[in-house]
Design a protein around this ligand. Structure first.
Ligand SMILES: Cc1cc2nc3c(=O)[nH]c(=O)nc-3n(C[C@H](O)[C@H](O)[C@H](O)COP(=O)(O)O)c2cc1C
Length: 171
């Protein structure tokens, strides 16, 4: 599978089979995150990988009761150990860095025949309590990981000419 194929095949998986994720697959998925670029190479990302049944149920509750979060055999809490530094452009670097690493995870998971879903609908304080995450750490996103039990739907996306300008804004 080349990169564009992985990008085309990745979709938000919201039903998972109970089958566990093989440790070598999980390791490759996490390696893909480790190799991600980050602002100033600060690598602020930290990942809590959860497989325990009860903990996953608690994470599901913290994630607005989204059932697939508890159903997936693995849930990754993508965190940042950060001083919330902004780049010269004014943007905070840590959410961007964590997001890049998470999408590496999602694409490598696709290559491994696994599914993922970005989850931003969660109560950060509740997730921190469930996972014993210290106050200074930010939880940026959750990502369930496992074998898909659903099917992709056609992608709803804007056309390229709606999102790309050439040389100047609006052209
Ligand atoms: C930052 C972010 C947060 C998201 N949070 C959720 C979520 O909490 N629950 C959910 O079901 N999907 C969530 N999604 C998935 C989006 O709904 C999905 O990516 C989008 O509809 C496009 O569909 P696709 O991923 O299947 O291509 C999130 C996606 C992103 C990028």
């Amino acid at each position: 599978m080349d990169v564009l194929e992985a990008i085309q095949q990745r979709y938000s998986v919201r039903q998972y089979r109970p089958q566990p994720v093989e440790s070598e697959k999980l390791e490759r998925v996490l390696e893909a995150a480790r190799l991600a670029p980050s602002a100033g190479n600060r690598q602020e990302w930290r990942f809590v990988v959860v497989t325990d049944d009860q903990t996953r149920q608690q994470m599901m509750e913290a994630a607005s009761g989204q059932a697939f979060v508890g159903q997936a055999p693995v849930v990754i809490a993508a965190c940042a150990e950060t001083d919330e530094r902004a780049m010269m452009c004014g943007q905070a670097s840590y959410p961007i860095d964590v997001a890049i690493a998470l999408e590496h995870i999602a694409l490598q998971a696709t290559e491994e025949g696994l599914g993922t879903c970005w989850v931003g609908a969660f109560d950060e304080a509740a997730v921190k309590e469930v996972l014993d995450i210290p106050p200074a750490i930010r939880v940026v996103q959750l990502m369930p990981l496992g074998y898909p039990a659903d099917q992709p739907k056609p992608k709803q996306r804007l056309a390229l000419d709606e999102i790309v300008f050439h040389e100047k804004w609006g052209q």
